[in-house]
Design a protein around this ligand. Sequence first.
Ligand SMILES: [Zn+2]
Length: 235
Amino acid sequence: MSLFETQNKSAVIVAPHADDEVLAAGGMIARLCEENWDVHVLYGVVSGFHSMNDEASSDADTREEELTHALAVLGCASWKVLFRGQEEHLRLDTVAQSELINFVEAELMIHRPSLAVIPSFGDHHQDHRAMSRACVTSLRPAPDGKRPLVPLVLSYGQSGAAGWGGRAYQFYPTTFVDIGSVLEKKLDAMRCYSSQLVDTPHGRSLEGIRARASVFGALGGCEYAEGFECLRYVI
Ligand SMILES: [Zn+2]
């Protein structure tokens, strides 16, 4: 499939945790859904979380309820979770890569997306790096066949987490999605993750999300944007 052929309006967004999809690509998801794309969100692990920032706690049920509401705000209803519960909480880096790869590959074969959005390897979070590596393998190039060739692959460095850590953790945004028309929708979706929201200054605060969108907007030539690193674009 190329830019010049009819696009299969299907996208797969990979989120190690419930909230990454909103932080990284909430605006993009909202815009795709407005254009009648089928957007499928794949979560690595949905588990409880004890916040070091405000002492709040959550569990898998809460997180699942939050993600359902957040995706509904964005207009998306298709999602799947690989691991649910505490066993793999913050431990995706200890899971055999083949398990993560098999999960992503199976979903790619079901949805045959034109667009895949995956975590950046330049993230300080071990779960993000584990999922990133698995996604890169799952999306390896080969002629379109039983396993689809996804023509457009973008990675994200949500909330400024990618790029921190020096030269070993690099994230170079090269592709921007104008989210000016859907920024409020993205913020509303993030409000659904009340267990994850923290006060400013922090990348997971509403102010931090708006500021990040403003920075990417400045790089992309618009008021608010989401920034991605393009890993592949078959034209
Ligand atoms: Zn995450």
